[in-house]
Design a binder for this molecule. Structure first.
Ligand SMILES: CC(C)(COP(=O)(O)OP(=O)(O)OC[C@H]1O[C@@H](n2cnc3c(N)ncnc32)[C@H](O)[C@@H]1OP(=O)(O)O)[C@@H](O)C(=O)NCCC(=O)NCCS
Length: 174
């Protein structure tokens, strides 16, 4: 599947030990801490996969982390759960996403989210899941994701979902 259009000289890579993680600063300490100290170790353990967007100098302009998980049938909204079995259901998790402060406001957040959703859609052709789920760290992050058709899970105001049907529709060529 083709990727999103990147600014000249920018490139996506799977996170490696040699990437300059310690210098990454998106202004949110828990997001920074994840990338600086945990993302690579979790990737080595096959718990999650992180892709970094490198800028022209090889710095980390942004990143996202994907993982797999489950949600309980009862946590899903009725319109999504209606035709699904009453058990734990597989989901893709957009666990973390951040853009370095030096690069914020240049649409890289949208670009990272677009690529993360493309990755989810591509993976879903092999390992099926019913929705992409994410946890927002605050109201601002929530507003960012809600611009993209993510909706609240009932009873979990900071947990958003995008159904696989909506994801597939988003990936249709226009
Ligand atoms: C949220 C974040 C990823 C946005 O990245 P960005 O590259 O600055 O965003 P973009 O330039 O792609 O902006 C795209 C749109 O989102 C809006 N936007 C940007 N940051 C936003 C925020 N924090 N809240 C709400 N909307 C936001 C922009 O106004 C823009 O909207 P527009 O197209 O209508 O003008 C970035 O601010 C960030 O890394 N924040 C700290 C970490 C974080 O909160 N991560 C998300 C939870 S894990």
């Amino acid at each position: 599947m083709s990727g999103v259009l990147l600014p000249t000289g920018f490139a996506f890579e799977s996170l490696r030990r040699s990437h300059p993680r310690a210098a990454f600063d998106c202004g949110q300490s828990d997001v920074n801490d994840w990338l600086r100290t945990k993302a690579f170790q979790n990737q080595e353990k096959r718990l999650s996969a992180t892709k970094v967007l490198l800028d022209r100098e090889g710095g980390i302009a942004g990143f996202y982390t994907l993982a797999t998980g489950q949600v309980d049938f009862g946590d899903l909204p009725t319109e999504l759960a209606r035709k699904l079995p009453r058990r734990a259901l597989p989901v893709a998790i957009l666990a973390w996403l951040g853009v370095s402060m030096a690069h914020q406001g240049q649409k890289l957040g949208d670009l990272l989210l677009a690529q993360a959703l493309r990755d989810c859609h591509a993976a879903g052709q092999t390992f099926a899941f019913v929705a992409v789920i994410l946890d927002c760290i605050d109201d601002r992050a929530k507003a960012f994701y809600q611009r993209w058709d993510f909706a609240e899970l009932p009873g979990h105001p900071f947990r958003l979902y995008l159904s696989s049907q909506t994801l597939a529709a988003m990936m249709m060529p226009r």
